[in-house]
Design a protein around this ligand. Structure first.
Ligand SMILES: O=P(O)(O)OC[C@H]1O[C@H](OP(=O)(O)OP(=O)(O)O)[C@H](O)[C@@H]1O
Ligand SMILES: Nc1ncnc2[nH]cnc12
Length: 236
């Protein structure tokens, strides 16, 4: 790791600790992290940066676990198992803090493009694209005006309804590496359509990620469709 990468990791750890501190006292944060409350105070206030080993533990291990807990606390599931995730997908600063934890806590290849499906995946995709410093693209259920060429992916859903997603053809170049993300994965039909789009574009899959998996079906389905790493932060 060069100096700039070390500094980036240390600053990411501070971001994670600040996120956790929002809902905790320093004593509680010490309990969550196993680090002394005095050190945590200095990190959170920006007086001292954590060492690289501590920073790595915070971002990769603790960060992932704590973020999953934070996410679970924000989700409401109704009697029929439908998820209200608006407390997460409307909170761009939270997703911006989640992005480095997701990027470092899963085994994804570094992408050229982060791809999602409109609508609810867009804020997560934007946070990850911004973290990686790459483009964000989203497929839509309708054709955007003035765009001449689209990649289309169509599927008949279990319900019998036909669903088509359209992505401007210029959004992904052949050979690019694409991280496919969404806020939620349930049947996996949406992810499958996005993976079809990546294949049609002659691009490679860097990974498949969802913040929330509603059951295991969707993750399993995505794993059947790609050799790349597939993961969700929390399962309900
Ligand atoms: O794994 P699946 O069964 O395909 O379900 C997951 C998809 O469902 C939701 O989107 P929805 O189609 O409701 O569109 P929206 O984001 O515009 O609400 C969610 O944002 C995912 O994209
Ligand atoms: N909000 C939601 N919860 C569970 N499954 C879904 N499939 C599509 N939207 C969903």
């Amino acid at each position: 790791m060069n100096r700039a990468e070390k500094a980036a990791l240390q600053l990411r750890a501070v971001d994670v600790l600040r996120m956790l501190k929002e809902t905790r006292t320093y004593d509680e944060l010490a309990e969550t992290t196993g680090l002394p409350a005095g050190d945590l105070n200095r990190y959170v206030n920006g007086h001292v940066l954590p060492g690289t080993e501590r920073a790595r533990e915070v971002v990769e291990d603790l960060g992932r676990e704590a973020l999953a807990e934070e996410l679970a606390a924000r989700i409401r599931v109704d009697d029929e198992g439908y998820v209200d995730n608006s407390a997460t997908v409307f909170d761009q600063p939270f997703l911006d803090l989640a992005a480095p934890v997701v990027a470092n806590g899963f085994d994804f290849e570094r992408p050229d493009v982060v791809l999602t499906a409109a609508t609810d995946g867009i804020t997560l995709a934007a946070a990850l694209a911004s973290y990686y410093g790459v483009r964000c693209a989203y497929a839509k259920k309708s054709k955007e005006t003035a765009v001449e060429e689209f990649i289309e992916a169509r599927q008949r859903l279990q319900s019998g309804i036909e669903l088509t997603y359209y992505l401007p053809a210029s959004a992904i170049d052949p050979g690019e590496s694409v991280l496919v993300v969404d806020d939620l994965i349930r049947s996996g039909e949406t992810q499958e359509l996005l993976l079809d789009i990546v294949r049609t574009a002659d691009a490679d899959v860097a990974g498949v990620f969802a913040l929330i998996a509603a059951g295991e079906d969707g993750i399993r389905r995505a794993r059947d469709r790609t050799d790349a790493s597939v993961g969700a932060l929390t399962t309900v």
